[in-house]
Design a protein around this ligand. Structure first.
Ligand code: SAM
Ligand code: DTB
Ligand code: SF4
Length: 331
């Protein structure tokens, strides 16, 4: 079974067993956070946080039935449908994100998978956003190999496609696409040479073993996803998960810490759900190895903390956006 010293001694692995990952979740909190923070420091500046801004480029009316999602056509959530945005509107939002300090611009579309004409339009958005000097990320649903290759040609840096939960809990959350469909899309993205952004959601009625199995599925991808978003469920009225039980904040921090231990070189993003987290809880997540956030007052359709609030929090903690020069060195 893993010990603090064995975890600190070993190189990144892709062969974690279910019992090993479960054992990490059972570690005393101080041991878990110490190991996570130690690995974090080995691979990253522990004061630096990568900053991504999201934009919903096509909103609502999605044919999939993901039980957490306000954009599914299956649930009445009051989200207003919007067609695919114009290039100019997207570029104006990207310019604002850049001016506010983001280094990556992530465009999300509520599709099962993109149609050929839509993919071309997204390709133009990727080219335009890149020209502004921002890194690009899109999340458009399932991709075939040639669609991924096309996005790579357009210069796409990252593709976001989440596993969302464990293979065992998955059937309780989504019926319209399989776990294997998701793994296939991730393989196509990887083969096309695009960096992978892949994570999941905590708080969908899953047990600790499901959290372990989600992280194991992510860690056993080889190479590891470069970016691992850990979302806390945003409970949206009208979705089947609107009344899901709140997550114990320490259990959420454990997920972040185990993600950091299993994928020590990846950026672990403290993603959706931050408006429901105290500054203290977010600080614990940073201590446990989170080193990226979504920045800007909106996620896709739901609120996110104000940019100024986030910058003030980083400042209070002596931390800073990744691209900014560090302050006075302390170590
Ligand atoms: N339609 C595309 C897809 O699902 O592949 C892309 C957009 S989808 C909104 C991107 C991810 O956002 C989902 O996989 C899910 O992990 C996350 N997400 C959606 N609704 C959420 C919620 N209410 N709370 C937390 N995360 C959520
Ligand atoms: C991810 O893992 N979280 C982001 C991003 N990838 C696309 C989306 C969160 C969405 C939260 C619900 C909403 O705002 O609609
Ligand atoms: Fe559609 Fe994505 Fe929402 Fe699922 S998560 S309903 S695929 S927009």
């Amino acid at each position: 079974m893993p010990t603090v010293s064995s975890v600190l001694a070993q190189a990144p692995r892709h062969d974690w067993s279910a019992t090993e990952v479960r054992a990490l979740f059972a570690w005393p909190f101080p041991d878990l956070v110490f190991a996570a923070q130690s690995l974090h420091r080995r691979h990253f500046d522990p004061r630096a946080v990568q900053i991504s801004t999201l934009l919903s480029i096509k909103t609502g009316g999605c044919p999939e039935d993901c039980a957490y999602c306000p954009q599914s056509v299956h649930f009445d959530t009051g989200v207003e449908r919007q067609k695919l945005m114009d290039l100019e509107t997207v570029l104006a939002a990207a310019r604002r994100a850049r001016e506010a300090g983001a280094t990556r611009f992530c465009m999300g579309a509520a599709w099962r998978s993109p149609r050929p004409r839509d993919l071309e339009r997204v390709g133009a958005m990727v080219r335009g956003v890149r020209e502004l000097g921002l890194e690009t990320c899109v999340t458009l649903g399932m991709l075939e190999a040639q669609q991924a290759a096309y996005l790579a040609e357009c210069g796409l840096d990252y593709y976001n496609h989440n596993l969302d939960t464990s293979p065992e809990h998955y059937g309780a959350i989504i019926s319209t696409r399989t776990y294997q469909d998701r793994l296939d899309t991730l393989a196509h993205v990887r083969e096309a040479g695009i960096k992978v952004c892949c994570g999941g959601i905590v708080g969908m009625g899953e047990g600790e073993d499901d959290r372990a199995e989600l992280l194991r599925a992510l860690a056993n991808l080889s190479p590891h996803p470069e970016s691992v978003p850990v979302n806390q469920l945003v409970r949206v009225e009208g979705t089947p998960l609107a009344a899901a039980e709140a997550v114990d904040p320490f259990d959420f921090v454990r997920v972040v810490a185990v993600a950091r231990i299993l994928m020590p070189r990846s950026h672990v993003r403290l993603s959706a759900g931050r408006t429901a987290m105290s500054p203290e809880m977010q600080a614990l997540c940073f201590l446990a190895g989170a080193n990226s956030i979504f920045y800007g007052e909106r996620l896709l359709t739901t609120p996110n903390p104000e940019g100024d609030t986030d910058l003030a929090l980083l400042h209070r903690l002596g931390m800073h956006p990744e691209h900014e020069a560090a302050g006075v060195a302390s170590a």
